[in-house]
Write a protein that binds this ligand. Structure first.
Ligand code: PMP
Length: 396
């Protein structure tokens, strides 16, 4: 059956294509493939034993509430816990500024629902997080991509984009250990970005799932730290510092913006899982949350070192890659004439996988990059996988 325009599906779905990564993951899940593809954290670092005790405590002491409906804004002690952690970063914030989401992915989807009409311009880094493109696409935006260098989005290019697109709806940025490039925006540029957003009257969506997973170097304040006008909407998550399967994230913004997000939630899924929200707070009360994050940092740092060392040794010298100081990803640049998709096909034959980079460019075009995740595999597998990949690259 089709409607009068000849299509069964709503026009918002025209732009929605299967995620390249999800399709590739099917191949990469074969047991003998060493996969640097997905964005998954290392499962052995999940505090499963501790969570057994946490779950028991929550159900014993708070079972009736943990299994009941709750407020659409989120569980108040969790909002307070998050506001406290963000205040520690110098941000002037209270629980009233926090709205709990089902991961930051939901924060992305709700942001587009709240802000984007068909044809509106979204300004983003080039490349950007493929999941954000997927979250925004049903709202039919136009993307204006701003080039990056080793210090993040280039501010002169951003200003050009703002001048050329005076009605752009928001600037979407991942300032810390960006997915996919691993690049971090400098402190100077964070400040400048807020200045430009204020000057041109545009909101900033700051997506920072990796900000706390820093291995080395100076800690930088979130972009929201520089925001005195309430124009930065910060998206946070416990997926990379704790457990992605719990699906707990948040939006931090001015209370009037938070109220709009809450209205969306009331019409969507009412609230985030009551039990999961309590589990985060109870874990933080029973155990050392930062100590847990430090364990993740130590492990990913060793894996990053193992991967970059192996790449230095095994990759041909005409192949460049980023040196991230945190997060999960490094971004590889092939010479222009080599296509990442061709390398991918040969790599799969050699039983090693990564994500070709073109899906991270919302307007398409780039064919010679790919993303590697160093967090999921142990060091032995990393060295073996990079050796296999190096052999493939040497044949091109
Ligand atoms: N933003 C970015 C940049 C990400 O890399 C991810 C996860 N891969 C997300 C948002 C979504 O994370 P979650 O929904 O698990 O919080």
């Amino acid at each position: 059956m089709t409607n009068s325009s000849g299509s069964r599906y709503a026009y918002r779905m025209y732009n929605v294509k299967p995620s390249a990564i999800r399709e590739l993951m099917k191949v990469t899940r074969q047991p003998d493939v060493i996969s640097f593809a997905g964005g998954w954290p290392a499962p052995e670092l999940f505090p499963a034993k501790e969570m057994e005790k946490v779950c028991q405590k929550v159900l014993k002491e708070d079972g009736a509430y943990a299994l009941q409906y709750g407020a659409s804004e989120g569980y108040q002690p969790l909002r307070e816990f998050i506001a406290g952690r963000m205040s520690d970063k110098g941000i002037d914030i209270t629980a009233d500024n926090i709205f709990i989401t089902s991961g930051s992915q939901q924060g992305l989807e709700y942001s587009a629902k709240l802000l984007v009409n068909e044809g509106d311009v979204v300004i983003c880094e080039s490349p950007t997080y493929v999941g954000a493109i997927g979250a925004f696409n049903p709202y039919l935006p136009k993307y204006v991509e701003v080039p990056m260098d080793e210090k993040g989005m280039i501010m002169e290019e951003l200003e050009k984009a703002l001048i050329e697109n005076p009605k752009a709806k928001f600037i979407y940025t991942i300032p810390d250990f960006q997915n996919p490039t691993g690049v971090t925006m400098s402190g100077e540029r964070r400040k400048k970005l807020v200045e430009l957003a204020g000057k041109y009257g545009i909101l900033v969506i700051e997506d920072s799932p990796y900000g706390d997973v820093r291995f080395e170097g100076e800690k930088l304040p979130p972009i929201k730290y520089y925001d005195k006008e309430g124009i930065v909407v910060y998206l946070g998550t416990f997926s990379k510092t704790f457990c992605p399967g719990l699906r707990v994230g948040w939006v931090a913004a001015e209370p009037d913006i938070i109220r709009k997000y809450v209205l969306i939630k009331q019409g969507a899924d009412l609230q985030v899982n009551s039990l999961a929200q309590r589990e985060v707070v109870t874990f933080a009360k029973m155990y050392d949350f930062d100590g847990h994050v430090n364990k993740i940092i130590d492990s990913y740092k060793s894996r990053r070192d193992a991967m970059l060392d192996a790449m230095e040794k095994e990759f041909p010298t005409n192949i460049k890659f980023t040196h991230p100081k945190g997060g999960l990803f490094t971004w590889v640049e092939l010479p222009k004439h080599i296509k990442a998709m061709d390398v991918f096909e040969k790599a799969i034959e050699a039983k090693v996988a990564f994500v070709p980079g073109d899906s991270f460019f919302p307007n398409g075009g780039d064919k010679n990059h790919f993303r590697l995740n160093y967090a999921t595999m142990n060091e032995e597998k990393i060295i073996e996988g990079i050796t296999r990949l190096g052999k493939v690259l040497k044949t091109l």
